[in-house]
Ligand binder design. Structure first.
Ligand code: NAD
Length: 250
């Protein structure tokens, strides 16, 4: 059964080769969706879209810039006519301790993760409201729920916790318009987000805390996103779905 036939999905930060966004893009496309990949670099976004197959679009968009988000949405509506799903996936992290976080670090992490989620949501909501349908899926993290201890610093935990609040408030406000808003809280998933800064000791420490005994895979998160994007989750809104191998059971 194809769960997303005839639907259009925008996924931010989805050009990263081993990333969660790319895995979601592939799975959504397999389920019949037209995909729009937004990322910082136009060529990388275009290549990622072409890799998924014919008819998908890749565009440059820095989610920290509202004008970029508005422009991307306008381009998508002109090309494809509708937007059914937005995955706010673009994110960055930094492994810093509390006293080492500069204002520059704080702004960088808050802006991509939290402001980016607000910006893109604000850009698509008027269209979704008009059509009385839409699904917002926001990437939070187990770091928000358990206070870090995976890789990112306290500012990352704060940004991802902010995403949970934003997700729930949007769910409440937008439910009468037929728009659902949910968050995914992945545990440790093997992608390139750690930027080569993950040491063997950190990895051992992380694995010790995972009852399922393995790091998550991008496909583990993509499956959960497909559920939230499809009508299988028609009555689910304002939820935070854990994909963490049991590393936080609450
Ligand atoms: P990744 O680094 O592989 O991909 C992130 C992508 O976001 C990159 O392609 C990057 O270019 C893009 N990006 C960065 N800044 C951007 C901006 N301003 N505008 C647009 N795009 C931008 O990371 P990933 O592991 O695939 O993570 C995806 C999401 O999942 C992030 O929000 C991350 O915080 C979250 N997450 C990841 C893990 C994990 O263990 N990998 C765990 C919990 C949550």
């Amino acid at each position: 059964m194809k769960l997303l036939d005839g639907q259009t999905a925008i996924i931010t930060g989805a050009a990263s080769a081993r990333g969660l966004g790319k895995a979601m893009a592939k799975l959504f496309a397999e389920h019949g969706a037209r995909i729009v990949i937004l990322d910082l670099d136009a060529a990388q976004a275009e290549d990622a879209a072409a890799e998924i197959g014919h008819g998908h679009i890749g565009l440059a968009c820095d989610v920290t810039r509202k004008q970029d988000c508005d422009d991307a949405v306008a381009t998508v509506l002109k090309a494809l006519g509708q937007i059914d799903i937005l995955v706010n996936n673009a994110g960055i992290t930094q492994p810093l301790k509390i006293m080492d976080i500069s204002h520059e670090n704080y702004d960088a992490v808050m802006d991509v993760n939290l402001l980016g989620t607000l910006n893109m949501s604000q850009s698509v909501i008027p269209h979704m409201r008009e059509r009385k349908t839409g699904k917002l899926i926001n990437m939070s993290s187990v770091s928000a729920q358990r206070g870090g201890g995976i890789f990112g610093g306290p500012h990352y935990s704060a940004a991802k916790a902010g995403i949970l609040g934003l997700t729930k408030a949007m769910a409440r406000e937008l439910a009468p318009d037929g728009i659902r808003s949910n968050a995914i809280c992945p545990g440790f998933i093997a992608t390139d987000i750690t930027g080569g800064k993950l040491t063997a000791e950190m990895m051992d420490m992380i694995l010790e805390g995972i009852p399922m005994g393995r790091a998550g895979e991008a496909s583990d998160v993509a499956g959960c996103a497909l559920f939230l994007a499809s009508d299988l989750s028609a009555y689910v809104t304002g939820s935070e779905v854990d994909v963490n191998g049991g590393s936080l059971i609450h």
